[in-house]
Design a protein around this ligand. Structure first.
Ligand code: ZN
Length: 443
């Protein structure tokens, strides 16, 4: 009853979001052939739109437009460097500049990036997320508890809107970018009281909450039907631990701030690509299958053949769940790590990414914890950070991480990659318990 009331009120508050959800549910009901034909039409329209209305694509795509049929694999790739250098030229000339906002992301590959968004893009992102939640059986109006790492998602007016935490939204967000053991217990108790239907957040944080739930034998509410893992690689041991602790299935989501809702896992455990929102390719580069993604919906800032910085493959196999969307698999490629302080605090990597938001002159960065009291920031940038930037970083590290932490900033020509070829943007000391490739010894 309360859920129906909340749903009704929420629908009235966000008419655009629910209209978009209805559209997405409609396309989801199409047969595979009709869906793929629609994807090809959307792609052709998007390429033509981008070439006609953005200076960047007018330059890069026009030579490809005279052909009879569009072969996406022949178009140039949009790299993060291009987005950084040509941000203004990527904004559509049809956009209402007074409504366009700048979003920031640390990026999974350690390059601060800015992008354009507006309310329509935000509402479509939320609609796409709602559709993903429905794969677990969630219905609009049912409660969701988020563990987000980024502070701007939590404060009123942030990316996730001013309504977070209120009754109608049926959604509450915990600022999960830092935590202690006591905080983890408090969050577990909050889950008991709040009785959400879904949990959503970083795999690393949810796995830590799951650990204390198991260790302290805290009963979890029977209301829980799904755990949505987002923005990070989800490892097998994290999944097993969460399923044990929360007593329900874990759903892996794939997307980024620039292009949300790329894929999501279904109830059968397969990752389906949302071909009504994106065109996803896997391009063999060296010994890696790089994922290249095109947004089919973003006419504010078209992103065509965007090298998102992850790797994975498209699969030919079918899923018995009935969704018409094709399957993919991800490689374990978003390597990150946790920083632990002497006082027993754990800081999520997103905190350190956030400190560098907007500093787009930085070509690449990596935070490395040398020892418990020493943190190095390695930078590749045209010039060393100025005194004001250094003072800002030091003040935040002292205030949020550890008052005794010594910050050392190094300007390098290059940041070495890991054995797998990936860039790790935060490297902590305590890799044995939070490492992303090996299961923890305690299991
Ligand atoms: Zn499926």
């Amino acid at each position: 009853m309360i859920e129906r009331l909340r749903h009704g009120l929420h629908r009235r508050r966000h008419p655009l979001r629910y209209a978009q959800l209805d559209t997405l549910l409609h396309t989801q009901a199409l047969p595979r052939d009709a869906l793929l034909a629609k994807q090809q039409r959307d792609l052709t329209d998007m390429v033509a739109f981008a070439a006609a209305h953005t200076p960047y694509y007018a330059e890069t795509l026009t030579p490809f437009l005279d052909r009879d049929s569009l072969d996406i694999s022949t178009l140039p790739i949009l790299r993060k460097d291009d987005v950084i250098r040509r941000l203004d030229d990527l904004l559509s000339q049809t956009a209402d500049r007074s409504q366009a906002k700048i979003g920031h992301t640390g990026g999974s590959t350690g390059k601060p990036l800015a992008f354009w968004y507006d309310d329509a893009k935000h509402e479509l992102m939320r609609a796409g997320m709602m559709r993903s939640y429905m794969l677990a059986g969630w219905r609009p109006g049912q409660k969701i508890l988020n563990f987000w790492g980024a502070r701007q998602d939590v404060v009123p007016g942030g990316v996730f809107g001013a309504q977070i935490g209120d009754f109608i939204a049926a959604e509450h967000t915990l600022a999960a970018f830092e935590y202690t053991e006591a905080q983890l217990v408090e969050w577990a108790c909050f889950i008991q009281r709040y009785r959400p239907v879904l949990l959503q957040g970083y795999a690393s944080v949810l796995a830590e909450v799951a650990r204390v739930v198991i260790e302290k034998r805290l009963p979890m509410p029977a209301t829980l039907i799904g755990i949505y893992s987002t923005a990070e690689v989800l490892n097998g041991w994290q999944r097993r631990r969460m399923e044990q602790a929360f007593g329900c299935k874990v759903y892996n989501q794939y997307g980024c701030r620039e292009i949300p809702n790329i894929a999501c896992e279904c109830s059968h455990g397969n990752m389906h690509v949302f071909t009504d929102m994106v065109a996803l390719e896997s391009v063999r580069t060296g010994d890696e299958d790089r994922l290249i993604v095109t947004s089919l919906t973003n006419r504010l800032m078209p992103m065509i053949r965007y090298d998102i910085g992850d790797s994975g493959r498209l699969l030919d196999s079918e899923c018995a769940c009935g969704l018409p969307f094709p399957l993919m698999e991800m490689d374990l490629c978003r390597q990150n790590d946790l920083i632990r302080t002497r006082s027993g605090k754990t800081i999520h990597p997103s905190y350190f990414n956030r400190l560098l938001y907007g500093k787009t002159e930085i070509a690449q960065y990596q935070w490395v914890q040398r020892d418990p009291g020493r943190l190095a920031l390695n930078l590749v940038a045209p010039r060393p950070p100025d005194a004001a930037t250094l003072a800002f970083l030091e003040a935040h590290i002292r205030q949020d991480v550890d008052p005794q932490m010594v910050l050392e900033v190094n300007c390098l020509n290059e940041i070495p990659r890991t054995v797998s070829g990936k860039h790790r943007f935060v490297i902590g000391l305590g890799a044995e318990r939070c490492g992303h490739e090996e299961p923890p010894r305690s299991e």
